[in-house]
Design a protein around this ligand. Structure first.
Ligand SMILES: O=c1ccn([C@H]2C[C@H](O)[C@@H](COP(=O)(O)OP(=O)(O)OP(=O)(O)O)O2)c(=O)[nH]1
Ligand SMILES: [Mg+2]
Length: 173
């Protein structure tokens, strides 16, 4: 083994791998999801349908893919940043949660955030990405009171540093 294999972030042993995930193609015309580059976090998911998303509208599209995730892992559906920046395409419920027990088709709830221009999706377009991560299946225990912290119940911008609001944007906040 080369010494560089032992450096943090490069050693296979440093990141214990999740076994390969069983994947079913429900639509044989859709390719098996792939990483665009070695080491990419996500595999790209394709739309099974042609659809036009009008400005501000959303649509649920199929991917033709189903997976059997191991207990203790979760699938996360993330938007693709290029499409987000170029056209305003995103995922409504980002990141979407694929439960380990789910065996149905992975679907993506796409939204067009652009104010003016419709987005045309074609069958086979890579519209989102699927990440698989470990997840702790913690249990919860109800208590009468919680331990004290310096933050306490301060939240929602209590530490400052948020962008300036313009006009009446602060009203209703
Ligand atoms: O982007 C997504 C999100 C979810 N799902 C599927 C897999 C997931 O396991 C299931 C339920 O998702 P979630 O728990 O987020 O939705 P819910 O509204 O709570 O539905 P349920 O009552 O079925 O849990 O729907 C997708 O195909 N795509
Ligand atoms: Mg749920």
């Amino acid at each position: 083994m080369h010494v560089s294999d032992l450096s943090p972030g490069h050693s296979p042993a440093a990141t214990p791998t999740i076994p390969p995930v069983a994947l079913q193609r429900l639509d044989p015309g859709i390719p098996v999801p792939q990483r665009a580059h070695d080491g990419d976090a996500g595999v790209d998911l394709c739309s099974t349908t042609d659809v036009t998303i009008e400005p501000g509208r959303r649509v649920l599209v199929g991917t033709g893919i189903a997976v059997a995730l191991a207990l203790g892992t979760v699938g996360l559906i993330h938007p693709r940043s290029g499409l987000a920046a170029k056209s305003g395409l995103s995922v409504v419920n980002t990141p979407g949660t694929i439960d380990a027990g789910y065996r149905g088709e992975i679907k993506v709830c796409l939204i067009n955030h652009d104010l003016d221009t419709p987005i045309e999706i074609r069958r086979g377009d890579r519209i989102a990405q699927l990440l698989v991560q470990r997840v702790e299946l913690v249990s919860f225990v109800e208590v009468e009171s919680l331990d004290g912290t310096t933050r306490g119940s301060d939240g929602h911008g209590s530490s400052g540093g948020h962008a300036s609001l313009v006009g009446n944007a602060s009203e209703g906040a």
